[in-house]
Write a protein that binds this ligand. Structure first.
Ligand SMILES: [Zn+2]
Length: 316
């Protein structure tokens, strides 16, 4: 079946790369890049988003590799890749927000075609791609000053069948654990609006982009496409824990976080995780692991304030 993006008709067995016009900044046009690989054979439609947060680039690299490797001849169904959703943050190399209206792209879904640029981007992502999809993958890494590896979130919903489907699909990424979230305005609004499974992948840190995280995003996507019958080959299955107990370790006072751990590292209860010192080098806090587990979130900013999370340890 042909796939349409605005006036462009993408025939089965072909790939199209293009842009959807969003609006204009004072100096340039704002446009949303896409790559649609329309398989020669019938099958489901999957959308993978990258760059919703503009410096989270491990998934962006994975998306370009998927586009290079997957030919429409070998695909059953349609794979929609949006490598960089927040292009305004991307060119400015700025974290968190779109530079034009200072909104967080992942707080404004399902968007509004007549509002400011960030909301328009959200609207067009849903209108042209997500509304036509059977599965949505929103691929992130940690944002500036944070680090996460092999993480994944699924969205809370009362619809048990849909929730179970999301857990089944999330497991295909072989995450360390699966966490649930119900923050409104993120891409999980697709669960409410279209009743489709939505996964939010979290692996990587802004710079440098680690190859292991790119590979996590890439391998997970390929495994998902195999599981859905869109690519040939057996899918591997994994059984990560769902919402295991986890504990936050935080800065008691502001200072300098001199960590001794990496994201994804396994730690033992009582193990030293690092210290916080004041600006004249005196240690004011030694952080210890509250239980055996894995570092599921790590602050990598050197500067911390009272109450900042230094890390999370999850029993996984
Ligand atoms: Zn993000």
């Amino acid at each position: 079946m042909s796939f349409k993006v605005q006036d462009t008709v993408i025939k089965p067995g072909t790939t199209d790369r293009g842009y959807v016009k969003i609006g204009d900044a004072s100096t340039h046009e704002v446009k949303l890049p896409y790559i649609v690989i329309n398989g020669a054979k019938k099958g489901p439609t999957v959308t993978i988003l990258g760059g919703v947060h503009a410096v989270e680039c491990a998934p962006v690299e994975a998306i370009y590799r998927l586009a290079e490797k997957i030919s429409p001849d070998q695909l059953s169904g349609t794979l929609i890749l949006v490598p960089i959703v927040n292009t305004e943050g991307f060119h400015a190399r700025k974290p968190y927000h779109n530079q034009l209206d200072h909104l967080n792209q992942n707080k404004v879904f399902p968007g509004d075609p007549e509002a400011s640029i960030t909301k328009r981007v959200a609207y067009h992502v849903f209108e042209h791609f997500v509304s036509k999809s059977d599965v949505l993958v929103d691929a992130h890494s940690a944002d500036l000053g944070e680090d996460v590896t092999r993480g994944i979130f699924v969205y809370k919903t009362d619809k048990k069948k849909l929730f179970d489907k999301m857990v089944e699909l999330a497991s295909l990424y072989n995450p360390a654990l699966i966490e649930t979230t119900n923050i409104s305005g993120n891409t999980g609004e697709a669960v409410n609006k279209y009743g489709i499974p939505c996964l939010m992948i979290e692996s990587g840190a802004p710079y440098p982009i680690r190859e292991t995280d790119v590979q996590y995003h890439y391998d997970g996507a390929v495994n998902l496409l195999r599981h859905l019958g869109m690519l040939e080959g057996e899918s591997a299955s994994y059984h990560p824990p769902l919402d295991p107990p986890s504990k936050r370790v935080w800065a008691v006072k502001g200072g300098v976080w001199r960590r001794k751990i990496e994201a994804g590292q396994r730690v033992k209860k009582g193990e030293e995780l690092g210290t916080v010192c004041n600006l004249i080098g005196e240690t004011i806090q030694t952080a210890y692991a509250p239980m055996d587990g894995v570092i599921s979130f790590l602050r990598v900013h050197y500067s911390v304030s009272s109450g900042d999370s230094l890390c999370w340890v999850a029993k996984a």
